[in-house]
Design a binder for this molecule. Structure first.
Ligand code: RP5
Length: 182
């Protein structure tokens, strides 16, 4: 797992987030068994002070709940959905179908059988008209940063904190390069 970034940048933020804000990002997994793979996503959203909610809505076990979840998203505070599932990963596509206008980031989870290719193509091979913006298998970091980039388009506070995160990551990489050459 990556080391935490951004603590100093958060402290220097001039656009403070509100206390107890409504969630801007909703993260749904298909199963409780996916939760351990989502930890980097939760950590980064917390670092960026982006309010989010966690759900478990299964396209197969709780299809009615999943449909209601997707259908009500456009009229809620939610601006981005991260949908994570493994194997027969129908959840991201079905949530995208029901939510109609909300950007859905698909996070393919590596299943217990296979390397996650099935999860990946389940997210990417959507029919025209119903996009799932897909990150790499188990790449919860990029799911969080992708959501942050979408929000940064209209939220100056998120933009500021995300810039801090990216700048810190660049500084860390340059420092690693310098140490390697010592
Ligand atoms: C998918 O099936 C879930 O997203 C999970 O990745 C996979 C296996 O689920 P469990 O059988 O572990 O609950 O729906």
């Amino acid at each position: 797992r990556e080391q935490p970034l951004l603590e100093d940048d958060l402290n220097s933020s001039t656009t403070a987030p509100k206390a107890n804000p409504k969630p801007l990002v909703s993260i749904t997994t298909g199963s409780i068994s996916d939760q351990e793979k989502l930890q980097d996503c939760y950590r980064i959203l917390n670092q960026l002070s982006i309010p989010f909610e966690k759900r478990i809505t299964s396209a197969h076990r709780t299809p009615s709940t999943m449909a209601a979840y997707g259908s009500t998203a456009p009229s809620s505070s939610i601006k981005v959905i991260v949908a994570a599932a493994g194997g027969a990963a129908h959840l991201p596509g079905m949530v995208a179908a029901f939510s109609k206008t909300v950007p859905v980031i698909g996070l393919p989870i590596k299943p217990t059988i296979g390397d996650g290719w099935d999860s990946l193509v389940s997210c990417t091979n959507m029919p025209r008209g119903c996009p799932v913006l897909t990150v790499g298998v188990n790449n919860a970091t990029n799911a969080a940063l992708g959501a942050a980039r979408i929000l940064a388009g209209w939220d100056e506070g998120v933009q500021e904190r995300l810039e801090g995160y990216v700048d810190r990551a660049e500084a860390e990489s340059l420092e690693n390069d310098r140490r390697l050459q010592e």
